[in-house]
Design a protein around this ligand. Structure first.
Ligand SMILES: [Zn+2]
Length: 410
């Protein structure tokens, strides 16, 4: 029987880095290599309808074993791509058996040391088997841990027809890390009432809340002329923008000073010239309605800055990014309740965590597929110090199997 660890070690050796500068879909062809091999593997474990579509999405069905009518179809989703922020080529996974709490020095970079002191989550892993990369690359547990867990749970269910469950859909997606994981996701074809992304951190986590997010662009228009003859004529948009940035909230409402349920306003890109300077800002809050309040503050400060520089002009654009999936999940309370019950049946404590960001589930929930996020066991995402515990991955497989049972019995 192939274990979740066997699968995980195999998947991480595929280079599946996505690329935000690419205009193709998926953003890199290398992702398709793993996606196509997953189709073959799903066929081999007995999922006859496994297929890849023209965008690279892999979908398959675990056929129902229950004879009960009206058991809802549920789904499990994981992404195959890894973050463009860190090399993902030639990943060399290392299994550290029976972790004893001492520092783990990664062989390819002596500066890459996994320390218990910096990683409180490691305290729960004493005696467990930890997988890391070798120090030169990320590991790719985000989200190949989720892929390995879903395939292993599928193989288990296929070989245990005595476990009663309804039809279960699975999907593997490209390009999550570049924000395009749901771009061509066909919710109708997936055909599930709800789904779970398996892409979270610590054991027992069930995530039902993400940020609501907008993107703002504040553009200041000045007037450029030869600086030697600019007296009384030049209006420097760079200085107007600097004035605006200086007026932004600093000790509150910024990423550096908030945590938990607090949202923020975050300038993150400036494109500057004397004639025209634009500032891009991320607007985040767990309360969707509160985004408007934050945007009103930004707009007021931008107009004040422009007014303080006679002749300058400001233009403000707001674009919706994604919404707190809780707005949808609250209308389908059984989706999260069953997930929590599955975690408890696996002998774990439920951890309800807020996602101070978005997930594919945030978008899918608003596309008609309520989709909270379950733990996969990933830690130190997008880092050369990324790690996952083998025992946590095994628990995630158990939770998936319990969830399938619970939906068939409720
Ligand atoms: Zn992920």
């Amino acid at each position: 029987m192939t274990t979740v660890l066997d699968r995980f070690l195999r998947y991480v050796q595929y280079d599946t880095q996505s690329d935000e500068t690419s205009s193709s879909y998926p953003s890199t062809a290398t992702q398709l290599v793993l996606l196509r091999d997953l189709v073959d593997e799903l066929h081999a474990i007995g999922l006859a309808d496994a297929a890849i579509d023209e965008h690279g999405y892999v979908m398959a069905t675990i056929p129902a074993t229950t004879t009960k009518a009206d058991v809802p179809v549920i789904g499990f989703i994981a992404h195959v791509d890894t973050s463009p922020e860190m090399p993902g080529e030639r990943v060399r996974p290392i299994v550290h058996r029976r972790y004893d709490g001492t520092d783990i020095v990664l062989p390819d970079d002596p500066a890459a040391v996994l320390r218990l002191a910096d990683n409180p989550a490691l305290a729960e892993q004493i005696g467990h088997d930890i997988v890391t990369a070798s120090g030169a690359t990320l590991l790719g547990a985000d989200d190949k841990a989720g892929v390995a867990e879903i395939v292993t749970a599928a193989a288990y269910l296929v070989s245990h027809p005595d476990v009663p469950h309804g039809a279960v859909r699975i999907a593997f997606t490209p390009d999550e890390e570049v924000g395009r994981g749901t771009k061509h996701f066909d919710v109708a074809r997936f055909g599930a009432r709800c789904a779970y992304t398996v892409d979270g951190g610590s054991l027992g986590e069930v995530e039902v809340e993400s940020f609501s997010a907008d993107a703002m662009t504040v553009t200041f228009h000045g007037f450029n002329t030869h600086p030697g003859y600019a007296r009384g004529r030049m209006i420097n948009a760079i200085k107007v923008a600097a004035d605006f940035i200086h007026r932004l909230p600093d000790t509150e409402m910024s990423p550096e000073t908030t945590e938990g349920h607090d949202g923020f306003v975050h300038p993150y890109v400036v494109q500057a010239s004397v004639e025209r300077t634009s500032v891009k800002l991320l607007i985040r809050d767990f309360q969707t309605a509160a985004l408007k309040d934050k945007e009103a503050i930004v707009e007021r400060l931008a107009r004040e800055a422009a007014t303080a520089h006679p002749g300058a002009r400001v233009e403000i654009g707001v674009e919706e990014s994604y919404r707190n999936m809780r707005d949808v999940l609250d209308r389908h309370p059984e989706v999260a309740a069953h997930a929590r019950e599955a975690v408890r049946r696996a002998g774990l404590e439920v951890r309800n965590r807020l996602i101070r960001g978005g997930t594919d589930g945030s978008r899918l929930s608003f596309m008609g597929l309520p989709t909270p996020n379950l733990f996969a066991g990933e830690h130190n995402f997008h880092s050369r110090l990324e790690w996952v515990s083998v025992q946590d991955m095994e628990k995630a497989v158990e939770v998936i199997v319990h969830l399938c049972r619970i939906w068939a019995s409720s």
